[in-house]
Structures are given as structure tokens and as C-alpha cells.
Design a protein around this ligand. Structure first.
Ligand code: FPP
Ligand code: MG
Length: 227
């Protein structure tokens, strides 16, 4: 989904440049992060199969994620526009900070506020969506649109992660179990809808096109409200 977002946003901005390697870099960062996340969460399964560490062991999982990040550095250095490397580096940095904060609060087992929860999911998940869509604009030669389209990705990513957490609601060890309060589930449902709507508003900077319509549909899909 993340590289597709980059490519569709890139098309919606008029195309041009070379978006393929950047789209691959986004997917590679995502893959490395899932390998590590499954180690941290002690998850045995990923996408219906055994997780990487269950298949290849902890040592190989650490090393292959290091290797993947070296590929990302190579891809970033192939772009003349230094914004590409900066955007990829910012996303990886914030994802790491988000995951570190999640580990810390889960280890402490204390209640967390809604703001803490939202910041963690923004960092660990949504910033990579933001990187994908803002890179789409930058590589298409429309850096003037990268902030708005980055925010489209950010809000979409937050809506997506809230939906993902709502599906795991009540499972032990989940971040949401530290939120407490009973009414929060409804509040989060409402937030995901608002975020998807805010994401769609950010698309107003784009001229109408089939790609713009697709980006809008993706925001609707993220909250299961297809039209
Ligand atoms: C899945 O969350 C995990 C993430 C969205 C990000 C994980 C980030 C890191 C491990 C740090 C950054 C790493 C790199 C390589 C830059 P989840 O556990 O809520 O979702 P799940 O149910 O799919 O496991
Ligand atoms: Mg996990």
C-alpha cells in the first residue's frame, strides 16, 4: 500500500522523474520495520505465514533488517534531489522513536493518555505514509504540494493504524490496553473517520484526475466507508 501511495500521488501530481526506486525504498523500510516489530512483539505470524524470526531466527532477523536499511541508503543516494534522502531518513528516525516509546510504555504497564497513544501511532506508522505521499509530489517536480499531500498520507496512516488497533481491541499486550476508559473505543472510531475526512480535504490541492479519485477511495477504504 505504501509504495502504491507514492506512485499514485506521483501520477496525480503530473508524473515525471523516477519514482520507482523511492517506492521500493518505502517498502524496504516497511519490511525491515515489520521484521523488527515481530521480534519485539514476539509475533509468530505475519500475513498468514510464520514471521521472519520464526523462520530464520533472531540473529538473521536483526542482520537482514540492517542489510535492508543499507539498500535504502543506496537508493536515497541515487537521487540528485537531497530532499528524497531527508524524507526517508526522517521517516525511519521517527518510526524508531515511536516504536521505542511504545516499548517503554508497554514495559511500564502504566495508563497512557490519548495524546500519548496518538503520538506513538503517528510516529511508528503514519510518518511512513507521509513520506510516501510527500515523496510522490517531490519526485514529480511539485514540491509545492508535498506538505499538503504529506498530510494526506499522515492522516490516512493514523486512521489506518487506529482501525488496525480497533481490530485487535482487548488483546493483552496491545498499546490500546493501556488506554483504560470504556468509552474510548467509540471515540477512536470517530477519530479514524475524522482523520480520513481530513485526509480527503488535503487532496483539494490536486486537479481532478482518476488518481486523485483513487487516493480519495483509499481514504474511504481505510475506514471501511466505501462509496
Ligand atoms: C507494526 O505495529 C509496526 C510498525 C508500524 C512500525 C515498527 C517500527 C520499528 C520496529 C522501528 C523502525 C524500524 C525501521 C527499520 C526504520 P503493530 O505491532 O501495531 O502492528 P502489527 O499488528 O502489524 O504487528
Ligand atoms: Mg506488531
Amino acid at each position: 500500500m505504501r509504495p502504491a501511495l507514492l506512485l499514485i500521488t506521483h501520477d496525480a501530481c503530473g508524473g515525471g522523474g523516477n519514482p520507482g526506486p523511492a517506492a521500493a525504498a518505502i517498502e524496504l523500510i516497511h519490511a525491515a520495520s515489520l521484521i523488527h516489530d515481530d521480534m519485539i512483539d514476539r509475533s509468530d505470524k505475519r500475513r498468514g505465514e510464520f514471521s521472519f524470526h520464526r523462520k530464520y531466527g533472531f540473529e538473521m532477523s536483526l542482520l537482514v533488517a540492517d542489510f535492508i536499511l543499507s539498500l535504502v541508503l543506496g537508493i536515497a543516494s541515487g537521487y540528485k534531489d537531497s530532499r528524497v534522502g531527508r524524507i526517508l531518513s526522517r521517516a525511519s528516525k521517527l518510526m524508531s522513536i515511536g516504536e521505542m516509546r511504545e516499548v517503554q510504555v508497554i514495559e511500564r504497564g502504566e495508563r497512557i493518555s490519548l495524546d500519548q497513544y496518538l503520538e506513538i501511532l503517528k510516529f511508528k506508522t503514519a510518518v511512513l505514509f507521509e513520506a510516501a505521499t510527500s515523496l510522490g509530489a517531490v519526485i514529480a517536480g511539485r514540491p509545492d504540494l508535498s506538505e499538503d499531500l504529506g498530510l494526506y498520507g499522515l492522516y490516512l496512516g493514523m486512521a489506518y493504524q487506529i482501525r488496525d488497533d480497533l481490530m485487535d481491541w482487548g488483546s493483552p499486550g496491545e498499546l490500546t490496553s493501556l488506554l483504560g476508559e470504556g468509552g474510548l473505543r467509540d471515540l477512536l472510531e470517530g477519530m479514524a473517520i475524522n482523520l480520513a475526512e481530513e485526509a480527503m480535504e488535503k487532496l483539494e490541492v490536486l486537479e481532478d484526475s482518476p488518481q486523485k479519485a483513487l487516493l480519495r477511495d483509499l481514504a474511504l477504504y481505510s475506514i471501511n466507508r466505501e462509496e
